[in-house]
Design a protein around this ligand. Sequence first.
Ligand code: ATP
Ligand code: MG
Length: 319
Amino acid sequence: MIKVESLEKIYPGRKGQAAVKAVDRISFEVQEGELLGFLGPNGAGKTTTVKMLCGLIRPNSGRIFINGIDLIQRRIAALQEVSAVLEGNRNIYWRLTAQENLEFFAAIRGLKPSGISSDIDYYLELFNLTEKRNVEARKLSRGMQQKLAIAVALISQSKVVLLDEPTLGLDVQASYEIRQLLKGNVKEQGRTVILTTHDMNVVQDTCQRVIIVNEGRIAANDSVDNLMDLFKVKVYRINVQGGLTAEQREALLGMEEAVIEEETSARTSISVRLEESQVLYRVIGILESGQSLIESIDQEQNNFERVFLQILEGGPQGA
Ligand SMILES: Nc1ncnc2c1ncn2[C@@H]1O[C@H](COP(=O)(O)OP(=O)(O)OP(=O)(O)O)[C@@H](O)[C@H]1O
Ligand SMILES: [Mg+2]
């Protein structure tokens, strides 16, 4: 449904500043019905990529196909199938009510008001906005505005939905609701979704596959499950009684694979990334040298946040 070939964006430098290569010849594809997470640290090029995919900015080079249509050569036709919510909620009109926003955007997409009134009711209900249907968007809470912005993107029935940080700044409840919505409704309808986020709960919860970008380049492109597997059984947590001696602390701090997670007079907790068993022997040796009493050694629950950080550091994935 989406195909990106060697996409590049360079922002020209202004006032003597250097130009910024925000996106550095990336290529990827997204299949129909897929929900792809687009992750990366601040400034990695996520928003820039999304803006190119929805035709807001032109790439310096590379190609984008939406449903087989070349976005640069046949912009209008390609964008027929795309709706987007960019950083926050700027795709709604402040002065229109929730319902009017939905009507307006359905209308400009060429949907007939008679046919869409039930759709509008459906989305208002789905996003818990029914009570607020006659309230101007600017008077809604931030979370409600965000939900309305997503509803506006969905009502167009476009095949491709681009969501830039859909849960940014939302409370736990609103974030949860949006995740449920993405998992349920959006999936059922077979939409193809790219979402950018810094929230690893969103990733673990909703995305089948993730692309991790760093400095404009793709650092990983795989399913969440595979990436989690890749880093599995690799982190152990060792708890010892009491604190560490100065020598032990120094030795552990000198090991890249070991992190002192917590140290109090009662207990010290060390996590060890196990790339080879030698590493564990060394840590145990260090602990033994100070006669520390080991209370427990547990395999740490893997979470996607750690996987993400390791990939950015150039972990086993090898980028
Ligand atoms: N309009 C612009 N003019 C010049 N440089 C820009 C512009 N927009 C973004 N950049 C630069 O391009 C790079 C990528 O920015 P982008 O907004 O795409 O990152 P991002 O991955 O969305 O980051 P974040 O997680 O902070 O939202 C950054 O170095 C940024 O400073
Ligand atoms: Mg961004």
